[in-house]
Design a protein around this ligand. Structure first.
Ligand SMILES: C[C@H](NC(=O)[C@@H](N)CCCCN)C(=O)O
Length: 539
């Protein structure tokens, strides 16, 4: 009886997983919005006049305020002072505000408006940033790209704030329970968000045969409204939990400036933080150009669409197959009975092959690239469990970097050789994307759980905030650099599907090489100082 009275919401598995689902769905929606324009780079050039530099500058703007105004640090302080539920709702509201601004910037209402005239004549540089050499805009940048960048900057503040809030929320609900599983599941759903974006953003832009880029962004805005609703429902669950436990909001690991000294003097921390920025800079910014890179390197002949409903239903069927791949593969990780595990894996692999075949039949670059996050959904939990039980995190970081280099070099030098082979090119593209997907499982599954081994438990929250900040520098710089390099290495190219991507891909492969070298140094330092990176988490 006494036990029953003391039961709280988090003691119920259904309730704590519901709380996780609410937070993870909000992140799923935000990862969709984050890349909403990525698969329609060609349309942004055709319909809004954004060249690659404008596209890259806009894409990089997402993390501009986090990096240069230190918003991430403020976000950490807000989280510490106001708690998880308030910050979750605040971050969703900030993301929604930014999303609406970005949507307005790419609508026809903006074209010809006085705001467009104002943006065309102003903000060519902002003195304070220009003096630092990091202005978020440039002379001649289309007004729509500038205003969209303003919206994306606001969105980015909310998105990173949501990232740290969700991690803290998971700790609050799952501490002492299935915490690693909960974190892995949240990350898997975020990856599925990227795949969803790759399929549905072009679908909405081309819906009904008339092109509207703002329709894709409107889809993202609707999702951000759903994300806000999810966080509001979470708010009430979280409040109920606190009233049951009689606690004020838990404030584990509050960010303190004084923590920085302790973190910054750890050589292991620096190696992991630098590896993180190098690796993620070769992945997230690449994601923003990958569909266009495939359009430029493959000869795709889209089959004529018989009717709107026929083409829409093919997209939806393909998406359902993708969900089956993800769900069956994900569920197989948690099966104790070997036979069930094998059945689920077989379903997942057969669905994956069906998905790939449909992508080939549709000749669609976006659905080819959408397999990228799928392998991460399937194998991140397996790898997480491997690190938990067997260790080898530093070796996995090295292997992840080797695969990253191999993939970018394959895109740069091997894929273009198959431009005239309809089947060969697509097979190489799929194989390379799947290998890149497995690299993107290896690194996050080993990198994030390594941080607690490098710094003291009480500064762990600050250590993660600092790694995110360092990582955001790369996430600002590299979308911009890829765009600039693309424009410089393709003078006079006006057709957005005819770019030569060799130079940007070599640049991304170089990031992988630097990450690989750091991986070797990390492994040596680990051996010398006994950091325990190669040791299992669960002994
Ligand atoms: C967990 C990790 N997320 C991040 O590193 C975020 N800081 C990146 C968010 C992307 C830009 N808004 C991951 O997704 O692996």
């Amino acid at each position: 009886m006494t036990q029953e009275i003391q039961k709280t919401l988090r003691d119920s598995a259904a309730m704590r997983w519901t709380a996780l689902l609410l937070l993870a769905l909000a992140m799923f929606c935000s990862y969709i919005f984050m890349d909403i324009l990525s698969p329609i780079k060609d349309l942004m050039q055709e319909y809004r006049g954004w060249d690659s530099t404008a596209f890259g500058t806009m894409q990089g703007s997402e993390v501009f305020l986090n990096v240069f105004v230190f918003f991430l640090i403020f976000a950490g302080i807000i989280l510490d002072k106001m708690g998880v539920r308030f910050t979750a709702v605040l971050s969703a509201a900030v993301m929604l505000t930014g999303a609406i601004v970005k949507w307005y910037a790419v609508t026809d209402y903006f074209t010809g408006s006085s705001l467009e005239v104002w943006f065309n004549n102003n903000l060519n540089y902002i003195p304070v940033f220009d003096e630092l050499g990091v202005s978020p805009f440039y002379e001649g940048m289309p007004a729509s790209a500038k205003f969209a960048a303003c919206g994306f900057m606001i969105f980015g503040c909310g998105c990173e704030m949501a990232g740290i809030t969700v991690s803290r929320g998971i700790v609050k609900w799952f501490k002492g329970r299935e915490m690693a599983l909960a974190m892995g599941s949240e990350m898997a759903l975020a990856r599925l968000g990227v795949a969803t974006c790759m399929i549905f953003s072009p679908f909405f832009a081309k819906l009904g045969g008339n092109i509207s880029v703002s329709r894709s962004v409107a889809f993202g805005v609707v999702l951000m409204c759903i994300a806000l609703i999810m966080t509001i429902v979470y708010f009430f669950m979280d409040k109920k939990l606190d009233s049951q436990t009689g606690e004020a909001e838990e404030k584990d690991d509050p960010f303190k400036i004084s923590d920085l000294g302790q973190i910054l003097t750890s050589s292991g921390f620096w190696l992991v933080a630098l590896l993180c920025v190098l690796y993620y800079s070769a992945i997230f910014p690449f994601q923003k150009y990958a569909v266009n890179m495939l359009q430029c390197n493959l000869t795709l002949v889209e089959p004529s669409q018989d009717s709107f409903w026929a083409s829409s239903s093919v997209t939806i069927v393909q998406y359902v197959i993708m969900l089956v791949v993800a769900a069956a593969g994900f569920a197989s990780n948690f099966q104790k009975v070997k036979r069930n595990q094998l059945i689920l894996l077989a379903i997942s692999i057969i669905s994956l092959i069906t998905y790939c075949y449909m992508g080939y039949m549709r000749q669609s670059a976006e659905s080819i690239f959408a397999v990228f996050p799928l392998l991460a959904v399937l194998i991140t939990p397996i790898l997480g469990s491997y690190v938990d039980h067997k260790g080898k995190a530093a070796s996995m970081l090295i292997l992840g970097s080797v695969l990253l280099i191999a993939c970018h070099l394959t895109f740069a030098f091997i894929l273009p050789l198959f431009k005239d082979s309809a089947v060969g090119g697509i097979i190489i593209a799929y194989a390379t994307i799947l290998v890149l997907g497995s690299s993107f499982s290896l690194v996050p599954a080993s990198l994030w759980p390594s941080v607690p081994k490098l710094v003291d438990a009480k500064v762990i929250g600050s250590a993660y905030a600092l790694i995110f900040w360092i990582q955001n520098i790369g996430l600002w710089l590299f979308p911009l650099l890829i765009g600039k390099v693309l424009d410089k290495s393709n003078p006079g190219v006006t057709d957005p599907t005819k770019f030569d991507y060799t130079a940007p891909l070599i640049m991304l492969a170089s990031l992988g090489i630097a990450a690989l070298l750091l991986g070797f140094v990390l492994k040596a330092v680990d051996k010398k100082k006994g950091l325990g990176l190669e040791e299992p988490n669960i002994k």
